[in-house]
Design a protein around this ligand. Structure first.
Ligand code: GLN
Length: 191
């Protein structure tokens, strides 16, 4: 399994480390040709406006969109924003491939970063320690989207739509590799 990690900005090194720990081949993606031959892709957390601007500069928007339309792609935090169809802002470049409505910086200034133990569907062995850093939230999901995790108030923090996975939190910043395992399983299931 060869997995790319978009390496324009943000927490890409941590994803690469997690993938290698699990025995996957992990490569940094900075240019369109780096997508060639990849089985799957992770779009990391960081700052979605910066990732978007750099993706435009390097001619990556359309190649990334095409990749994510057909191949397993997982967005964490800013990556979730980047995958979403609707973020309520027109000017910010996004891929717009996943049928979720996302609210950026959903937790405002007061508790813009926090940690919590939450159940995530598809993970065995109990709750996952979720780390939220100026995190987004999905306020609505389309029909084909399965909710994998939500806060007590029902707001969605993890979702899957076929070969697409989105998490509002940062699994790569913990030592727990279960969400990475889940993504690799999802990617392996694809023909
Ligand atoms: N607040 C950031 C954004 O809007 C996301 C933060 C993160 O990825 N940790 O892009």
């Amino acid at each position: 399994m060869k997995v790319g990690v978009l390496a324009l900005q943000g927490a890409f090194i941590e994803h690469i480390k997690a993938l290698r720990e699990l025995g996957a081949e992990a490569v940094e993606v900075r240019l369109p040709e780096h997508l060639d031959g990849l089985d799957a892709l992770i779009i990391p957390g960081g700052e979605s406006t910066t990732i978007g601007k750099l993706a435009v500069t390097y001619g990556l928007i359309e190649p990334l969109r095409e990749f994510a339309q057909s191949k397993p792609t997982w967005g964490t935090c800013a990556g979730m924003i980047f995958l979403a169809k609707d973020i309520g802002i027109d000017r910010q470049p996004i891929l717009g491939v996943m049928d979720i409505t996302v609210n950026r910086n959903a937790f405002g200034r007061q508790i813009d970063s926090f940690e919590a133990d939450l159940p995530i569907k598809g993970l065995e062995g109990g709750d996952f320690h979720t780390i939220f850093i100026r995190a987004p939230i999905a306020t609505a999901v389309g029909e084909g989207v399965e909710v994998l995790g939500a806060l007590d108030d029902g707001r969605v923090i993890a979702a899957r739509q076929g070969h697409l996975l989105a998490t509002a939190f940062h699994p790569e910043l913990t030592a727990d590799r279960r969400v990475h395992q889940l993504f690799l399983r999802l990617a392996e299931d694809r023909p």
